[in-house]
Design a protein around this ligand. Structure first.
Ligand SMILES: [Zn+2]
Ligand SMILES: [Zn+2]
Length: 297
């Protein structure tokens, strides 16, 4: 089994990172996609994977940096001769999201133009996802793979649900946090996992800054907290991801971030601080994800 990180950034467009997207590929070449933020479809191609070969996509929550490439993913699959409806898992609201995109939604013009041709009529199922809104528990299972999901704590649930997932396949376990503050549900999903893929959006020093300046609530996991989660869950390997652009040197991003961060302190050196803080409680293998990183399990 193999994990390919397609996008490792957060909500801003980032010259160095795509938005959230993680591909799980089994040894028999079955592909399962977690999240579909900006650039995910192109990154699949960069990774040598045909988007039409991805049979299931699971959206952790409906923030745009986790879903906004979904229309491109579906329409590309349609153009690339996908023959079956892709399975779409997501929180409550994902049905509304998907059903308002294609034949009677935002991309109706594209749908009408392409479906005018016989070749696209012949595989029209490709643009009609098999939508399944998730409830906590087992959300998908077949002979090769089991996917378990639970609510995590990121957006108040009454506004919009957020899920973390646990994937069991080939006698291995992968856990993926989506976006979340530290929570028991994620620790449970990650219990004894071979690989925990967990968000770590800001370094501790930036979180302190945000608290002092009153910039928004911090509904993410800090490096100290992530170390504690990895330790308690007893994970074998930890990959941190969903970095909130604190490492960027882009003048455009610095301008956009000036009300959120101490922008003079931004830069890649902050990964040293982040590693030291995760390491306060977790001493296993640790990797900071970058786009197109592959992890073999
Ligand atoms: Zn996010
Ligand atoms: Zn989010």
């Amino acid at each position: 089994m193999k994990v390919t990180f397609l996008g490792t950034g957060a909500a801003f467009p980032d010259p160095e990172r795509g938005q959230s997207g993680v591909l799980v590929t089994l040894s028999n070449n079955r592909h399962f996609l977690l999240d579909c933020g900006a650039g995910t479809t192109r990154q699949l191609v960069c990774a040598g994977v045909d988007p039409a070969d991805v049979e299931l996509i699971c959206l952790s929550h409906l923030h745009h940096d986790h879903i906004c490439d979904f229309p491109a993913f579906i329409i590309t699959g349609w153009m690339f001769e996908r023959q079956n409806a892709p399975i779409l898992l997501g929180p409550k609201g994902v049905r509304h999201f998907s059903e308002h995109l294609f034949e009677d939604g935002a991309f109706k013009g594209d749908f009408l133009a392409r479906s005018h041709y016989q070749a696209r009529k012949d595989n029209i199922e490709a643009v009609r996802p098999d939508i399944r809104e998730m409830e906590p528990g087992c959300v998908y299972q077949d002979d090769d793979i089991k996917i378990i999901a639970d609510w995590v704590e990121h957006i108040p649930r009454e506004i919009s649900e957020c899920f973390g997932v646990r994937i069991e396949a080939e006698n291995r376990v992968i856990a993926f946090s989506g976006d979340t503050a530290p929570c028991d549900a994620m620790i449970e999903l990650a219990k004894d996992a071979d690989l925990l893929i967990h968000e770590c959006t800001f370094p501790e020093s930036f979180i302190e800054y945000r608290k002092k300046t009153g910039v928004g609530i911090h509904a993410h996991t800090s490096p100290n907290e992530l170390g504690r989660i990895a330790k308690i869950a007893n994970v074998k390997t930890l990959v941190a991801t969903h970095f909130g652009h604190f490492d960027s040197t882009s003048p455009v991003l610095k301008k956009a971030a000036r009300n959120h961060f101490p922008i003079d302190l931004m830069g890649p050196h902050l990964f040293d601080e982040m590693a030291a803080d995760i390491r306060l409680l977790y001493d296993g293998p640790l990797t900071f994800a970058r786009d197109l990183l592959r992890v073999e399990l």
